[in-house]
Design a protein around this ligand. Structure first.
Ligand SMILES: Cc1cc2nc3c(=O)[nH]c(=O)nc-3n(C[C@H](O)[C@H](O)[C@H](O)COP(=O)(O)OP(=O)(O)OC[C@H]3O[C@@H](n4cnc5c(N)ncnc54)[C@H](O)[C@@H]3O)c2cc1C
Ligand SMILES: NC(=O)c1ccc[n+]([C@@H]2O[C@H](COP(=O)([O-])OP(=O)(O)OC[C@H]3O[C@@H](n4cnc5c(N)ncnc54)[C@H](OP(=O)(O)O)[C@@H]3O)[C@@H](O)[C@H]2O)c1
Length: 418
């Protein structure tokens, strides 16, 4: 039988795993990686970045962490070493083409109408279609040339948290152009070498926008550089149930949420009558567990004191895959005044700084760091040349391209009912 050719885009954790398991199935995948090395998101991070998931939950099932990593939360260098040694152990490097950026994917061999009728994998529910091939255009950064590859199947492992930053939109003359200071995205800060990043924030009044992991980590780095002399302002719009640790009231969070029993507590798309009935009957337990965790977080972070109690439930936060761990001593810094938390649904720029909702005096600032996340969906969508495939990814909710697993998580989040 003719061997099917499979392309994998990206050599981060996902691309490496896809490669390893395809090899195991007897395929010879070709991996295109835009950068010059393996590791994706972990190749370059903010200096203080650590794994926020306990390492036991961030482990290749067929390749344990080395004994030399004794902490539960390895730093970014240790994570990168671990990912790279996985690739070496399974001899994956030889399948990867580095410095190759995939710039356009197209399906050839189908008429426009046929393409539009696709409902699932190659239009037939099978991994490989009976006609047509994927054409993958790849830019070679070293030779400044473009290669075109024809393959039977493409696995996109391009990551969601890089390359395309989410930059808030502003009315005319109220955006960064109106501001005399500097505005960067967390991605730019993270790309800088550590000394340059520390020098950039040193002695400046910094405002960090966002309240998720990048924002909290960067705010901590600012406060380390500037202390009480130049407090760092964190401008946010939504409070979050960001966790102090994985042991609410000393009880492992994994026992409450990350096991098969916990799955029975939530409604799932396409569930049958019995599962639906069970989830409904167990809803008081679901509510009680959420309150149990919320009480722990409120107490450990003193959220009521700082006006930071979220309006939504912890379960909702967890179901949206938004839960992050708060850097140690973050709320001590808030208490001492070297981090100032400021809530505003909207903000804009003026010459001296930032104007927040309902205030006439601007928040005087020298540097604004937008830790406002990424547009992972746009990045995925733009990799396809044809509008039809772009629409499958970013069209109406009912027309989403069913990305295996990833789509399920997305649908879970959308249809989740508390
Ligand atoms: C700073 C940071 C810390 C994180 N910490 C945690 C954590 O503690 N726990 C946790 O569970 N998750 C964490 N995450 C989430 C993280 O994204 C995943 O853990 C994991 O690393 C994602 O792997 P990935 O392979 O899917 O994507 P990535 O690691 O982003 O890799 C994608 C790869 O695809 C390549 N690529 C992209 N586009 C193209 C293209 N067009 N052509 C060719 N190559 C391309 C990129 O260069 C990159 O190497 C963190 C993310 C970030 C950004
Ligand atoms: N291991 C680590 O230490 C580490 C470090 C960094 C990042 N990460 C991971 O990387 C991923 C990305 O994290 P991230 O923090 O960069 O992005 P993120 O999780 O997407 O958070 C973006 C933040 O920006 C806010 N925001 C977005 N648009 C805004 C707007 N227009 N105005 C004001 N605020 C806005 C969001 O507020 P709302 O909540 O109101 O939408 C949110 O607080 C996450 O999975 C994270 O866990 C991990």
């Amino acid at each position: 039988m003719e061997k099917k050719q499979i392309a994998i885009v990206g050599a981060g954790v996902s691309g490496l795993l896809a490669c390893k398991y395809l090899l195991l199935k007897g395929f010879h995948p070709i991996v295109f990686e835009a950068r010059s090395d393996i590791g994706g998101a972990w190749i370059k991070t903010v200096e203080t970045t650590m794994l926020q998931t306990p390492k036991q939950l961030y482990q290749f099932s067929d390749y344990p962490w080395p004994d030399s990593v004794t902490t539960d939360f390895p730093d970014h260098n240790q994570v990168l070493d671990y990912i790279q040694s996985y690739a070496s152990h399974f001899d994956l490097r030889k399948h990867i083409k580095f410095n190759r950026k995939v710039v356009g994917i197209e399906f050839e061999g189908l008429s426009g109408e046929d393409e539009k009728s696709w409902s699932f994998w190659n239009g037939n529910g099978q991994p490989f279609g009976s006609r047509g091939k994927w054409t993958v255009a790849v830019e070679d950064a070293k030779n400044h040339s473009t290669e075109v590859h024809q393959v039977d199947f493409v696995i996109l492992c391009v990551g969601r948290f890089s390359d395309v930053p989410n930059i808030p939109e502003f009315p005319p003359k109220k955006g960064p152009e109106a501001f005399h200071g500097k505005v960067i995205h967390s991605m730019d800060y993270s790309d800088m070498d550590y000394e340059a990043a520390a020098n950039l924030v040193k002695g400046k009044r910094v405002t960090v926008v966002g309240l998720q992991k990048s924002a909290l980590d960067i705010a901590m780095e600012c406060t380390t550089a500037n202390g009480l002399e130049n407090p760092c302002t964190v401008l946010y719009r939504t409070e979050h149930w960001n966790i102090p640790d994985y042991f609410p009231w000393g009880f492992p969070l994994a026992y409450l949420y990350l096991n098969r029993f916990a799955e029975l507590l939530v409604h799932k798309p396409g569930e049958g009558f019995l599962l639906s009935l069970l989830a409904t009957m167990l809803s008081p337990l679901r509510w009680a567990i959420s309150k149990f965790v919320e009480a722990d977080i409120k107490k450990k972070h003193r959220l009521a004191k700082f006006g930071m109690v979220p309006k939504h439930s912890f379960l909702q936060e967890l179901s949206s895959c938004l839960t992050i761990t708060v850097p140690e001593k973050f709320y001590d810094k808030v208490e001492e005044g070297s981090i100032i938390l400021k809530k505003s649904q909207d903000f804009s720029f003026c010459e001296d700084g930032i104007v927040v909702d309902g205030q006439t005096t601007p928040l005087k600032t020298d540097l604004v760091i937008l830790a406002t996340g990424f547009k992972g969906d746009v990045k995925l969508k733009n990799i396809f040349l044809s509008q039809t495939f772009q629409d499958y990814l970013a069209g109406s909710p009912t027309e989403k391209l069913p990305l295996y697993r990833s789509a399920h998580i997305y649908i879970d989040t959308l249809t989740y009912q508390e």
